[in-house]
Design a protein around this ligand. Sequence first.
Ligand code: FES
Length: 105
Amino acid sequence: MPHIKFLNNGEESCIHADTGSTVMSVATMNNVNGIVAECGGGCSCATCHVYVEGGWFDKLEPAAPEELELLEFLEGVQPNSRLSCQIAMDTELDGLTVSVPPQQG
Ligand code: FES
């Protein structure tokens, strides 16, 4: 079972994820601060914004146009920004590391 490392305000949590689950769902089910996910994964709220760390960004499937549109005007966006509801876990992503933007956490 792959795991995800969440970094938030200097704290680190390592959480196992079912294959096929999204990073957002793993975060909300495990009460990771700063991942609100108001729209429940519908790619319309951007309250699941994360920074993908440590070289993992290039290993993800590219963002769809609707995700890029939401990210475009989001406060705190960086080149490694993604919406965590759009990242589905698989075994190749074991160890994926994301940080919660400080303005959310
Ligand atoms: S949960 Fe709303 S955009 Fe990701």
